[in-house]
Design a protein around this ligand. Sequence first.
Ligand code: HEM
Length: 153
Amino acid sequence: MSTTQVILRVIHVAAAAVWFAAPLGAASMVKRGMAAGGDGFKTAASEAVRRGNIGVGAGVVTLLSGFTLIFSLGGFKWIGPPIHAALSLVIVMLLIEAFLAKPAGAGLLRLSQEAGGEKDPAAAGLLKRYAMAGGIVQLLWVAVLALMFINPM
Ligand code: HEM
């Protein structure tokens, strides 16, 4: 394995690890923040949004370094079905983050900045959507990790 390939793998795996870890526990943090109300809710919601942004950034780096690895290995014709499946799953994961988790997090942050926002009837629904989206992404992440190791090429 060339030095470039080692470096690419390190970037790829480190970015994937940050993607998994950054949003871990964010939903329960917001839940506790909501129970505390006021500044507690505000701090928890803004921290959740910050961690979500770090996660999405790391997800994009994982995807881009994955592409670079594919080309350094000789292009798509050298890549087996597991990597193709992983690529599709990672796109689904990023879409879930962009269209489910991110808007729910932004909604929670907006409510947290309003007086008594934690009692707003929309808050519980937003938290549920935020937690569900995060859980699905984490599950898919584990599936993609498994796919990385069954690549037959
Ligand atoms: C959750 C997302 C991902 C995780 C956790 C992940 C993890 C890993 C790990 C641990 C390896 C090292 C495997 C080994 O050397 O045996 C690897 C390699 C690799 N990954 Fe990923 N990866 C992810 C997403 C992707 C995506 C989206 C692509 C394609 C665009 C991709 C393409 C590759 C390639 C081409 C290799 C080298 C495979 C080989 O040498 O056989 N990965 N990945």
